[in-house]
Design a protein. Structure first.
Length: 149
């Protein structure tokens, strides 16, 4: 077998249909588009989503409620009871120590300490935010709050 002997499989290739080339071709005059109407015209047809003049579905449905505040700041919440469980008395609670103890995932995360639970150890807290109840519990246990870190 040589390169000149290669040819496509029978029926795998079709001739291009040449429309509008005279009455003898079988596709002359209207070129297979029928008689009059929107679909017989050049550029004719309806756009996607057109519903015959009826208000389209995309316009009938309501927009989503509310809005997204682009200036929103997200804090990772850390409760006082978690600090009680994971830290020893006299420890410093900071981004580095929170990542080391797998309380937060990333050093860059903003942290807010919340007041759920009890605290009996004196800790030094250096995070971005501390709630009023958490601050009261930390100071009552003999610790101190330094914010923001």
């Amino acid at each position: 077998m040589e390169l000149k002997d290669l040819y496509p499989a029978p029926g795998s290739r079709h001739k291009r249909k040449r429309v509008g080339r005279g009455p003898g071709s079988g596709k002359g005059k209207t070129a297979g588009r029928g008689m009059n109407g929107q679909l017989s015209r050049a550029g004719g047809g309806k756009r996607a989503g057109f519903e015959g003049g009826q208000t389209p579905l995309a316009r009938r449905l309501p927009k989503l409620p509310g809005f997204t505040n682009i200036n929103r700041v997200e804090y990772v919440p850390v409760n006082v009871k978690l600090l009680e469980d994971r830290f020893e008395a006299g420890d410093v609670v900071s981004h580095e120590t929170l990542v080391e103890k797998n309380i937060i995932k990333h050093y860059e995360d903003l942290v807010k300490v919340l007041g759920d639970g009890d605290l009996t150890k004196a800790l030094t807290v250096k995070v971005d935010k501390v709630s009023a109840s958490a601050k009261a519990k930390i100071e009552a246990a003999g610790g101190k709050v330094e914010e923001p870190c």
